[in-house]
Design a protein around this ligand. Structure first.
Ligand SMILES: Cc1cc2nc3c(=O)[nH]c(=O)nc-3n(C[C@H](O)[C@H](O)[C@H](O)COP(=O)(O)OP(=O)(O)OC[C@H]3O[C@@H](n4cnc5c(N)ncnc54)[C@H](O)[C@@H]3O)c2cc1C
Length: 403
Protein backbone atom coordinates (compact mmCIF):
# COMPACT_ATOMS: atom_id res chain seq x y z
CA UNK A 1 0.00 0.00 0.00
CA UNK A 2 1.35 3.41 -0.94
CA UNK A 3 2.26 5.59 2.00
CA UNK A 4 1.32 9.26 1.66
CA UNK A 5 4.33 11.56 1.69
CA UNK A 6 4.69 13.46 4.93
CA UNK A 7 3.37 16.98 4.51
CA UNK A 8 6.67 18.07 6.07
CA UNK A 9 9.00 16.19 3.69
CA UNK A 10 12.10 18.07 2.58
CA UNK A 11 14.59 17.60 -0.23
CA UNK A 12 18.25 17.03 0.70
CA UNK A 13 18.98 20.63 -0.24
CA UNK A 14 16.15 21.90 1.97
CA UNK A 15 17.28 19.71 4.86
CA UNK A 16 20.81 21.10 4.60
CA UNK A 17 19.76 24.75 4.54
CA UNK A 18 17.20 24.31 7.33
CA UNK A 19 19.80 22.54 9.48
CA UNK A 20 22.28 25.36 8.87
CA UNK A 21 19.77 28.10 9.76
CA UNK A 22 18.51 26.23 12.83
CA UNK A 23 22.06 25.98 14.13
CA UNK A 24 22.58 29.67 13.39
CA UNK A 25 19.39 30.49 15.34
CA UNK A 26 20.44 28.30 18.30
CA UNK A 27 23.98 29.61 18.48
CA UNK A 28 23.74 33.23 17.34
CA UNK A 29 20.17 34.49 17.52
CA UNK A 30 18.56 33.01 20.64
CA UNK A 31 21.47 33.73 23.00
CA UNK A 32 21.71 37.36 21.80
CA UNK A 33 18.05 38.30 21.33
CA UNK A 34 17.59 39.46 24.92
CA UNK A 35 20.45 41.94 24.56
CA UNK A 36 19.20 43.54 21.34
CA UNK A 37 15.58 43.46 22.47
CA UNK A 38 16.45 45.09 25.81
CA UNK A 39 18.40 47.91 24.17
CA UNK A 40 16.22 48.07 21.05
CA UNK A 41 19.48 47.98 19.12
CA UNK A 42 19.99 46.96 15.49
CA UNK A 43 21.54 43.45 15.54
CA UNK A 44 24.38 44.38 13.17
CA UNK A 45 26.72 41.42 13.94
CA UNK A 46 23.88 38.96 13.32
CA UNK A 47 22.99 40.73 10.05
CA UNK A 48 26.65 40.49 8.98
CA UNK A 49 26.57 36.73 9.54
CA UNK A 50 23.32 36.46 7.60
CA UNK A 51 25.11 38.06 4.66
CA UNK A 52 27.85 35.43 4.87
CA UNK A 53 25.26 32.66 4.92
CA UNK A 54 23.71 34.04 1.74
CA UNK A 55 20.32 34.60 3.39
CA UNK A 56 19.64 37.87 1.58
CA UNK A 57 19.73 36.11 -1.76
CA UNK A 58 17.76 32.93 -1.04
CA UNK A 59 15.16 33.48 -3.76
CA UNK A 60 17.26 35.64 -6.09
CA UNK A 61 18.21 33.66 -9.24
CA UNK A 62 21.76 32.33 -9.47
CA UNK A 63 22.44 34.44 -12.56
CA UNK A 64 22.15 37.51 -10.30
CA UNK A 65 24.29 35.99 -7.56
CA UNK A 66 21.58 34.48 -5.35
CA UNK A 67 20.79 30.91 -4.32
CA UNK A 68 17.80 30.66 -6.67
CA UNK A 69 15.62 28.72 -4.20
CA UNK A 70 11.84 28.64 -4.22
CA UNK A 71 9.23 30.20 -1.92
CA UNK A 72 8.73 26.89 -0.07
CA UNK A 73 12.40 26.76 0.91
CA UNK A 74 12.38 30.45 1.77
CA UNK A 75 9.43 29.85 4.14
CA UNK A 76 11.36 27.03 5.84
CA UNK A 77 14.27 29.42 6.40
CA UNK A 78 11.97 32.15 7.71
CA UNK A 79 10.41 29.66 10.12
CA UNK A 80 13.84 28.85 11.56
CA UNK A 81 14.89 32.51 11.84
CA UNK A 82 11.59 33.39 13.53
CA UNK A 83 11.95 30.49 15.92
CA UNK A 84 15.08 32.39 16.98
CA UNK A 85 13.57 35.89 16.98
CA UNK A 86 11.03 37.42 14.61
CA UNK A 87 13.00 40.68 14.44
CA UNK A 88 15.78 38.84 12.61
CA UNK A 89 13.36 37.51 10.04
CA UNK A 90 12.06 41.10 9.80
CA UNK A 91 15.43 42.20 8.43
CA UNK A 92 15.10 39.91 5.42
CA UNK A 93 11.31 39.91 4.97
CA UNK A 94 10.91 43.34 3.38
CA UNK A 95 14.11 42.69 1.41
CA UNK A 96 12.53 39.50 0.08
CA UNK A 97 9.42 41.42 -1.01
CA UNK A 98 11.58 44.00 -2.77
CA UNK A 99 13.54 41.30 -4.58
CA UNK A 100 10.30 39.53 -5.56
CA UNK A 101 8.99 42.78 -7.06
CA UNK A 102 12.19 43.25 -9.03
CA UNK A 103 12.33 39.65 -10.24
CA UNK A 104 8.73 39.64 -11.36
CA UNK A 105 8.13 43.20 -12.52
CA UNK A 106 11.52 44.92 -12.80
CA UNK A 107 13.07 45.71 -16.19
CA UNK A 108 16.20 43.76 -17.07
CA UNK A 109 18.20 46.93 -16.49
CA UNK A 110 16.74 47.30 -12.99
CA UNK A 111 17.40 43.65 -12.18
CA UNK A 112 21.03 43.94 -13.32
CA UNK A 113 21.46 47.13 -11.35
CA UNK A 114 20.10 46.00 -7.99
CA UNK A 115 19.76 42.22 -7.65
CA UNK A 116 23.46 41.26 -7.46
CA UNK A 117 24.06 43.71 -4.61
CA UNK A 118 20.80 42.69 -2.95
CA UNK A 119 21.79 39.00 -3.14
CA UNK A 120 24.87 39.63 -1.01
CA UNK A 121 22.98 41.89 1.41
CA UNK A 122 25.29 44.80 0.53
CA UNK A 123 22.13 46.81 -0.12
CA UNK A 124 18.85 45.94 1.55
CA UNK A 125 15.25 46.76 0.70
CA UNK A 126 12.12 48.02 2.45
CA UNK A 127 8.61 48.34 1.09
CA UNK A 128 6.15 51.06 1.90
CA UNK A 129 2.39 51.17 1.51
CA UNK A 130 1.13 52.39 4.90
CA UNK A 131 0.65 56.05 5.80
CA UNK A 132 -0.36 57.77 9.04
CA UNK A 133 -4.02 57.68 7.98
CA UNK A 134 -4.13 54.26 6.34
CA UNK A 135 -2.94 50.69 6.49
CA UNK A 136 -5.74 48.33 5.49
CA UNK A 137 -7.29 50.75 3.01
CA UNK A 138 -4.39 50.94 0.55
CA UNK A 139 -6.42 52.81 -2.07
CA UNK A 140 -6.59 55.77 0.30
CA UNK A 141 -2.87 56.48 -0.26
CA UNK A 142 -2.23 60.22 -0.41
CA UNK A 143 1.52 60.35 -1.07
CA UNK A 144 1.80 61.44 -4.68
CA UNK A 145 4.29 61.83 -7.48
CA UNK A 146 4.17 64.27 -10.37
CA UNK A 147 6.42 64.57 -13.35
CA UNK A 148 8.70 67.60 -13.34
CA UNK A 149 10.69 69.41 -16.04
CA UNK A 150 13.76 67.16 -16.11
CA UNK A 151 11.58 64.07 -16.64
CA UNK A 152 11.98 62.88 -13.05
CA UNK A 153 9.07 62.21 -10.68
CA UNK A 154 8.80 64.39 -7.61
CA UNK A 155 7.38 62.53 -4.61
CA UNK A 156 5.65 64.31 -1.74
CA UNK A 157 3.92 62.82 1.28
CA UNK A 158 4.40 60.85 4.43
CA UNK A 159 4.72 57.10 4.86
CA UNK A 160 4.35 55.18 8.11
CA UNK A 161 5.56 51.94 9.65
CA UNK A 162 8.36 51.24 7.21
CA UNK A 163 10.25 48.21 8.50
CA UNK A 164 13.97 48.63 7.73
CA UNK A 165 13.10 52.26 6.96
CA UNK A 166 16.49 53.51 8.15
CA UNK A 167 18.93 50.75 7.24
CA UNK A 168 17.57 50.07 3.75
CA UNK A 169 19.13 51.50 0.59
CA UNK A 170 16.01 50.92 -1.54
CA UNK A 171 12.37 51.51 -0.71
CA UNK A 172 9.68 50.07 -2.97
CA UNK A 173 7.13 52.77 -2.37
CA UNK A 174 3.55 52.88 -3.66
CA UNK A 175 2.32 56.39 -4.48
CA UNK A 176 -0.50 58.04 -6.36
CA UNK A 177 0.40 59.14 -9.89
CA UNK A 178 -3.04 59.64 -11.40
CA UNK A 179 -5.45 61.31 -8.95
CA UNK A 180 -8.34 61.08 -11.43
CA UNK A 181 -8.01 57.37 -12.21
CA UNK A 182 -11.22 55.35 -12.05
CA UNK A 183 -11.13 52.84 -10.49
CA UNK A 184 -8.70 54.40 -8.05
CA UNK A 185 -6.30 51.45 -8.00
CA UNK A 186 -5.34 52.23 -11.62
CA UNK A 187 -3.69 55.44 -10.50
CA UNK A 188 -0.82 54.09 -8.37
CA UNK A 189 2.81 53.51 -9.27
CA UNK A 190 5.59 51.67 -7.45
CA UNK A 191 8.87 53.59 -7.41
CA UNK A 192 12.25 52.27 -6.41
CA UNK A 193 13.36 55.09 -4.12
CA UNK A 194 17.08 55.03 -3.47
CA UNK A 195 18.49 56.46 -0.25
CA UNK A 196 21.56 56.41 1.94
CA UNK A 197 21.29 53.53 4.46
CA UNK A 198 21.47 54.61 8.10
CA UNK A 199 21.03 58.31 7.31
CA UNK A 200 18.14 60.34 8.74
CA UNK A 201 18.42 63.36 6.45
CA UNK A 202 19.40 62.47 2.91
CA UNK A 203 21.33 64.93 0.74
CA UNK A 204 22.60 65.16 -2.85
CA UNK A 205 20.74 62.88 -5.26
CA UNK A 206 18.54 61.64 -2.42
CA UNK A 207 17.65 65.03 -0.94
CA UNK A 208 14.01 65.29 0.07
CA UNK A 209 13.75 61.82 1.64
CA UNK A 210 14.00 61.98 5.42
CA UNK A 211 13.72 59.28 8.05
CA UNK A 212 12.49 60.51 11.45
CA UNK A 213 13.67 58.68 14.61
CA UNK A 214 12.41 55.11 14.80
CA UNK A 215 8.98 54.40 16.28
CA UNK A 216 9.07 53.06 19.86
CA UNK A 217 7.31 49.70 19.88
CA UNK A 218 6.00 47.20 22.41
CA UNK A 219 7.96 44.35 20.82
CA UNK A 220 9.60 43.50 17.49
CA UNK A 221 12.56 45.55 18.63
CA UNK A 222 16.02 45.64 17.12
CA UNK A 223 14.72 45.99 13.57
CA UNK A 224 13.53 49.55 13.10
CA UNK A 225 10.11 50.72 11.91
CA UNK A 226 10.07 54.33 10.80
CA UNK A 227 8.12 57.02 9.06
CA UNK A 228 9.45 58.26 5.74
CA UNK A 229 8.95 61.87 4.77
CA UNK A 230 9.08 62.65 1.06
CA UNK A 231 9.45 66.38 0.57
CA UNK A 232 10.31 67.19 -3.04
CA UNK A 233 12.27 63.93 -3.43
CA UNK A 234 13.20 63.43 -7.11
CA UNK A 235 12.97 59.89 -8.39
CA UNK A 236 14.37 59.35 -11.91
CA UNK A 237 11.88 58.01 -14.46
CA UNK A 238 13.99 54.85 -14.85
CA UNK A 239 13.14 54.03 -11.22
CA UNK A 240 9.49 53.38 -11.98
CA UNK A 241 9.28 49.64 -11.26
CA UNK A 242 9.31 47.93 -14.65
CA UNK A 243 10.14 51.20 -16.44
CA UNK A 244 7.74 54.02 -17.23
CA UNK A 245 6.11 52.34 -20.23
CA UNK A 246 5.24 49.13 -18.33
CA UNK A 247 5.06 50.26 -14.72
CA UNK A 248 3.31 53.63 -14.67
CA UNK A 249 -0.06 53.29 -12.90
CA UNK A 250 0.42 49.53 -12.51
CA UNK A 251 1.84 49.65 -9.00
CA UNK A 252 -1.25 48.56 -7.12
CA UNK A 253 -1.49 45.18 -8.85
CA UNK A 254 2.27 44.64 -8.47
CA UNK A 255 2.14 45.33 -4.74
CA UNK A 256 -0.95 43.17 -4.19
CA UNK A 257 0.85 40.28 -5.88
CA UNK A 258 3.88 40.86 -3.65
CA UNK A 259 1.60 40.83 -0.60
CA UNK A 260 0.44 37.35 -1.58
CA UNK A 261 3.96 35.97 -1.16
CA UNK A 262 4.35 38.31 1.81
CA UNK A 263 1.44 36.53 3.48
CA UNK A 264 3.07 33.12 3.11
CA UNK A 265 6.14 34.77 4.58
CA UNK A 266 4.27 36.11 7.64
CA UNK A 267 2.61 32.72 8.07
CA UNK A 268 6.06 31.11 8.21
CA UNK A 269 7.05 33.64 10.86
CA UNK A 270 4.00 32.62 12.89
CA UNK A 271 4.93 28.94 12.61
CA UNK A 272 8.48 29.61 13.81
CA UNK A 273 7.36 31.71 16.76
CA UNK A 274 4.67 29.19 17.77
CA UNK A 275 7.16 26.32 17.44
CA UNK A 276 9.52 28.07 19.86
CA UNK A 277 6.67 28.58 22.35
CA UNK A 278 5.88 24.86 22.18
CA UNK A 279 9.54 23.94 22.79
CA UNK A 280 9.78 26.30 25.78
CA UNK A 281 6.49 25.03 27.21
CA UNK A 282 7.49 21.37 26.82
CA UNK A 283 10.74 22.00 28.65
CA UNK A 284 9.45 24.21 31.44
CA UNK A 285 6.44 22.01 32.18
CA UNK A 286 8.72 19.05 32.81
CA UNK A 287 11.03 21.04 35.09
CA UNK A 288 8.52 22.91 37.24
CA UNK A 289 6.86 20.97 40.02
CA UNK A 290 3.63 21.71 41.86
CA UNK A 291 1.72 19.48 44.25
CA UNK A 292 4.59 16.99 44.22
CA UNK A 293 4.89 16.39 40.48
CA UNK A 294 6.01 18.15 37.28
CA UNK A 295 3.25 20.40 36.01
CA UNK A 296 3.39 18.41 32.73
CA UNK A 297 1.69 15.62 34.67
CA UNK A 298 -1.39 17.74 35.29
CA UNK A 299 -3.98 17.05 32.63
CA UNK A 300 -4.82 20.75 32.26
CA UNK A 301 -1.22 21.46 31.22
CA UNK A 302 -1.13 18.46 28.86
CA UNK A 303 -4.23 19.82 27.16
CA UNK A 304 -2.47 23.12 26.60
CA UNK A 305 0.54 21.34 25.11
CA UNK A 306 -1.77 19.28 22.92
CA UNK A 307 -3.58 22.36 21.61
CA UNK A 308 -0.31 24.17 20.96
CA UNK A 309 1.25 21.26 19.07
CA UNK A 310 -1.90 20.81 16.97
CA UNK A 311 -1.96 24.48 16.03
CA UNK A 312 1.75 24.48 15.15
CA UNK A 313 1.38 21.51 12.81
CA UNK A 314 -1.79 22.84 11.20
CA UNK A 315 -0.20 26.27 10.67
CA UNK A 316 2.86 24.66 9.13
CA UNK A 317 0.74 22.58 6.74
CA UNK A 318 -1.30 25.59 5.60
CA UNK A 319 1.89 27.58 5.07
CA UNK A 320 3.54 24.78 3.13
CA UNK A 321 0.47 24.40 0.90
CA UNK A 322 0.32 28.12 0.08
CA UNK A 323 4.04 28.25 -0.76
CA UNK A 324 4.00 25.08 -2.84
CA UNK A 325 1.00 26.28 -4.86
CA UNK A 326 2.74 29.56 -5.59
CA UNK A 327 5.91 27.69 -6.59
CA UNK A 328 3.81 25.54 -8.94
CA UNK A 329 2.53 28.70 -10.62
CA UNK A 330 -1.00 28.32 -9.25
CA UNK A 331 -3.07 31.13 -7.76
CA UNK A 332 -2.69 30.97 -4.01
CA UNK A 333 -4.32 34.17 -2.77
CA UNK A 334 -6.99 32.25 -0.84
CA UNK A 335 -4.49 29.75 0.56
CA UNK A 336 -1.94 32.43 1.50
CA UNK A 337 -4.70 34.34 3.28
CA UNK A 338 -5.74 31.22 5.20
CA UNK A 339 -2.14 30.43 6.14
CA UNK A 340 -1.49 33.99 7.30
CA UNK A 341 -4.71 34.16 9.30
CA UNK A 342 -4.30 30.79 10.98
CA UNK A 343 -0.56 30.92 11.64
CA UNK A 344 -0.57 34.43 13.11
CA UNK A 345 -3.48 33.59 15.41
CA UNK A 346 -1.72 30.32 16.32
CA UNK A 347 1.40 32.30 17.21
CA UNK A 348 -0.51 34.56 19.59
CA UNK A 349 -2.37 31.56 21.05
CA UNK A 350 0.85 29.62 21.64
CA UNK A 351 2.61 32.65 23.13
CA UNK A 352 -0.27 33.13 25.57
CA UNK A 353 -0.42 29.45 26.55
CA UNK A 354 3.36 29.29 26.96
CA UNK A 355 3.25 32.35 29.20
CA UNK A 356 0.51 30.78 31.33
CA UNK A 357 2.50 27.55 31.65
CA UNK A 358 5.46 29.58 32.94
CA UNK A 359 3.27 31.08 35.67
CA UNK A 360 4.88 34.12 37.33
CA UNK A 361 8.23 33.44 35.68
CA UNK A 362 6.67 34.02 32.29
CA UNK A 363 6.27 37.62 33.34
CA UNK A 364 9.95 37.93 34.18
CA UNK A 365 12.49 39.20 31.67
CA UNK A 366 14.69 36.25 32.65
CA UNK A 367 12.55 34.00 30.50
CA UNK A 368 12.41 34.10 26.72
CA UNK A 369 8.63 33.92 26.64
CA UNK A 370 8.37 37.45 28.05
CA UNK A 371 9.89 38.82 24.81
CA UNK A 372 8.02 36.43 22.55
CA UNK A 373 4.71 37.40 24.16
CA UNK A 374 5.39 41.05 23.23
CA UNK A 375 6.57 40.13 19.72
CA UNK A 376 3.70 37.86 18.70
CA UNK A 377 0.83 40.38 18.20
CA UNK A 378 2.67 42.08 15.35
CA UNK A 379 1.90 39.02 13.24
CA UNK A 380 -1.83 39.75 13.57
CA UNK A 381 -1.27 43.17 11.98
CA UNK A 382 1.47 43.22 9.30
CA UNK A 383 0.60 42.32 5.66
CA UNK A 384 -3.08 42.64 6.48
CA UNK A 385 -4.86 42.17 9.80
CA UNK A 386 -6.91 39.06 10.61
CA UNK A 387 -10.07 40.96 9.66
CA UNK A 388 -8.58 41.81 6.26
CA UNK A 389 -7.49 38.17 5.75
CA UNK A 390 -11.06 37.04 6.43
CA UNK A 391 -12.30 39.57 3.88
CA UNK A 392 -9.79 38.25 1.29
CA UNK A 393 -10.65 34.62 2.02
CA UNK A 394 -14.41 35.26 1.92
CA UNK A 395 -14.20 37.20 -1.34
CA UNK A 396 -12.01 34.60 -3.03
CA UNK A 397 -14.23 31.75 -1.84
CA UNK A 398 -17.26 33.37 -3.41
CA UNK A 399 -15.35 34.03 -6.65
CA UNK A 400 -14.24 30.42 -6.88
CA UNK A 401 -17.68 29.02 -6.03
CA UNK A 402 -19.92 31.44 -7.91
CA UNK A 403 -23.28 29.94 -8.76
C1 LIG B 1 5.70 46.87 13.57
C2 LIG B 1 5.01 47.12 12.29
C3 LIG B 1 5.69 47.02 11.09
C4 LIG B 1 5.07 47.33 9.88
N1 LIG B 1 5.80 47.31 8.72
C5 LIG B 1 5.24 47.78 7.58
C6 LIG B 1 6.02 47.92 6.39
O1 LIG B 1 7.20 47.54 6.34
N2 LIG B 1 5.45 48.49 5.30
C7 LIG B 1 4.14 48.91 5.30
O2 LIG B 1 3.68 49.41 4.29
N3 LIG B 1 3.38 48.78 6.41
C8 LIG B 1 3.89 48.23 7.54
N4 LIG B 1 3.13 48.11 8.69
C9 LIG B 1 1.76 48.61 8.67
C10 LIG B 1 0.72 47.51 8.68
O3 LIG B 1 0.68 46.88 7.43
C11 LIG B 1 -0.61 48.16 9.07
O4 LIG B 1 -0.51 48.56 10.42
C12 LIG B 1 -1.77 47.20 8.88
O5 LIG B 1 -2.01 46.98 7.51
C13 LIG B 1 -3.06 47.74 9.52
O6 LIG B 1 -3.31 49.06 9.14
P1 LIG B 1 -3.63 50.18 10.23
O7 LIG B 1 -2.63 50.05 11.31
O8 LIG B 1 -3.72 51.46 9.53
O9 LIG B 1 -5.02 49.77 10.81
P2 LIG B 1 -6.45 50.20 10.19
O10 LIG B 1 -6.47 49.91 8.75
O11 LIG B 1 -6.75 51.56 10.64
O12 LIG B 1 -7.40 49.17 10.94
C14 LIG B 1 -7.78 49.34 12.31
C15 LIG B 1 -8.67 48.15 12.71
O13 LIG B 1 -9.85 48.14 11.88
C16 LIG B 1 -9.94 46.89 11.20
N5 LIG B 1 -10.48 47.11 9.87
C17 LIG B 1 -10.03 47.98 8.92
N6 LIG B 1 -10.81 47.92 7.83
C18 LIG B 1 -11.77 46.98 8.08
C19 LIG B 1 -12.86 46.46 7.33
N7 LIG B 1 -13.11 46.84 6.07
N8 LIG B 1 -13.65 45.52 7.92
C20 LIG B 1 -13.38 45.08 9.17
N9 LIG B 1 -12.35 45.54 9.94
C21 LIG B 1 -11.56 46.48 9.38
C22 LIG B 1 -8.52 46.35 11.15
O14 LIG B 1 -8.51 44.94 11.01
C23 LIG B 1 -8.00 46.80 12.50
O15 LIG B 1 -8.46 45.90 13.50
C24 LIG B 1 3.71 47.72 9.88
C25 LIG B 1 3.00 47.77 11.08
C26 LIG B 1 3.62 47.48 12.28
C27 LIG B 1 2.85 47.56 13.56
Amino acid sequence: MAVAASPFSQSDEQKAIVEMVRQFADEQIIPNAEHYDGKDEYPEPIVEQMKELGLFGITIPEEYGGLGLDLTTYCMVVEELSRGWISISGVINTHFIGSYLLMKYGSEEQRQKYLPRMATGEIRAAFSLSEPELGSDVQAIKTSAKKVEDGAWEINGQKMWVTNGLMSALVFVLVKTDPDAQPKHKGFTCFIAEKEPGVGENTGDYAGLNVPPKIKKMGYKGVESTELVFDGYKCPAENVLGGEAEGLNNGFAQMMDALEVGRANVAARGVGLAQRCLELALRYSQERKTFGKPISQHQAIQFKLADMATQVDAARMLTRRAAQMKDAGERSDLEAGMAKLFASEAAVFCATECLRIHGGYGYSKEYEIERIYRDAPLLLIGEGTSEIQRMVIGRKLLQRHKI
